[in-house]
Design a protein around this ligand. Structure first.
Ligand code: SAH
Length: 425
């Protein structure tokens, strides 16, 4: 009968861990060791490309040879990840002699330590040991994982959010308040990042944009204060000041605030202004990037923004200001001379002026062009055309914002495969 193991959390920062073997098992184990800050020494005549990349990047030291008993000098822990039982046993024996715990991939009974099945949720790590049965451990872990992800509230939150971009005066706000500028993705609620989702489910206050997927807000925990930023009256700049004020006030009152923004917070999202406002008020603030519509909307229409031998660049530009307006900061004449992909956001209103300017300055009139409305949502619509015709076709089809315009040969690059969904008009 085997005795129960004793669970521990090893704090490996700066401590030597030796990994013997360079195959699949070592490749899977090493990232968590590096994440824990361990000083990893890898001993194996040959290693996988992923392990070699860690070595090349200086994240670990690799001895390209077989194990030698001196390799365990100074080690706190050893992972044996080789198939050959004799080789593994000899590492085990040296480890036992030095009183170093030894994990063995080949023989759990011969090991002095077991690696648990793990799931992580922010600062919380759940480790499951299955009484010697790794399959049981994984099954239990898999059952726990969704509970953690569904769990809402401050229990799973970092009290000090590491990675805060802005240093606050000693003690910060004193109340633990903070702001996260979170990219919500282009529309499909599943296109938010894991980190963004975690912060959202933990938030006390959510300040959401018009473009934010409604379904995300459906799942907020009860008691969350939801501020709809699109309902704030006044003009755009005054409204932005109001939003900044709400973020700062709530955080100073101790709340975890999520500013949820469509796509990526920094792509025409005024995220920078909100960050500065928080910083000026001494509020800790982080940015969680999002999947931007500038790449996701083309992708949803089967358009890769780059494609080998077709486009080696993509340029993202705002079409909010008309090309002939004195307020325009965009060199449309220069853009017209590029060969690659042009992605235009907020471009519907000025579409005929924009396409006209591009053609006038040299972009061929028959360049493929497409417009994708409400990409990645149930309301997605696509119009495929050419630069010279797209504005009229979009008007005729009644497309409306939010929509992304894509110009370039990539628009038809995947056509031969007929991968694309049905055209909507
Ligand atoms: N930060 C956002 C962009 C904000 S500007 C991002 O990274 O995606 C708003 C513009 O984004 C819209 O006018 C439209 O051009 C584009 N946009 C946002 N979501 C979209 C979607 N689901 N489909 C098409 N265009 C979208």
């Amino acid at each position: 009968m085997s005795v129960n193991p004793y669970p521990l959390g090893l704090r490996l920062a700066g401590r030597r861990v030796v990994v013997v073997g360079g195959g699949v098992v070592a490749t899977r184990r090493v990232p968590a060791l590096l994440d824990a800050g361990a000083d990893v020494l890898l001993v194996a005549p040959e290693v996988s490309p992923a392990l070699r990349a860690h070595a090349d990047a200086g994240r670990l030291r690799w001895l390209p040879r077989r194990f030698d008993s001196g390799d365990l000098d100074g080690a706190w822990l050893v992972h044996v990840a080789v198939d050959d039982p004799t080789a593994a046993a000899s590492v085990s024996a040296v480890a036992a002699e030095h009183r170093i715990f030894c994990v063995r991939a080949d023989d759990r009974e011969a090991a002095s330590a077991w690696t648990p099945a793990v799931t992580r949720h922010g600062p919380v790590t759940v480790a499951v040991l299955g009484g010697g049965d790794p399959h049981r451990a994984m099954t239990v872990r898999d059952a726990i994982r969704p509970l953690l992800h569904a769990r809402k509230g401050p229990l799973l939150t970092d009290s000090v959010e590491e990675g805060s971009l802005v240093n606050t005066p000693a003690g910060g706000t004193g109340r633990g308040g903070r702001v996260a500028l979170v990219g919500a993705g282009p529309g499909d609620p599943e296109l938010i990042t894991v980190k963004g989702w975690r912060l959202l489910t933990e938030a006390d206050v959510v300040v959401a944009d018009r473009l934010v997927p409604g379904l995300l807000l459906d799942e907020l925990r009860t008691g969350v204060e939801l501020v709809d930023a699109s309902k704030i009256p006044y003009g755009p700049s005054r409204a932005q000041e109001e939003i900044n004020q709400i973020l700062v006030d709530r955080a100073l009152a101790g709340a975890s605030v999520v500013r949820l923004k469509g796509g990526d917070p920094y792509v025409f999202g005024r995220g920078g202004e909100e960050l500065l406002a928080c910083a000026a008020a001494g509020v800790p603030v982080t940015v969680v990037p999002g999947v931007t519509s500038s790449t996701a909307a083309p992708a949803a229409a089967g358009i890769p923004v780059t494609h080998r031998a077709v486009a080696h660049e993509f340029t993202v530009v705002s079409g909010h200001v008309a090309p002939d307006s004195p307020a325009s900061l965009v060199r449309w004449d220069a853009l017209a001379r590029l060969r690659g992909t042009l992605v235009i956001l907020m471009g519907l209103k000025n579409l005929s002026a924009i396409t006209g300017a591009l053609i006038e300055h040299g972009r061929p009139a028959d360049t493929p062009a497409a417009v994708v409305q409400e990409a990645t949502t149930g309301a997605q619509r696509i119009v495929r055309s050419t630069l010279v015709e797209v504005a009229a076709e979009v008007a005729g089809a009644g497309l409306r914002p939010p929509a992304v315009v894509v110009v370039g040969d990539v628009v038809t690059a995947l056509n031969p495969l007929d991968l694309l969904g049905p055209e909507t008009r």
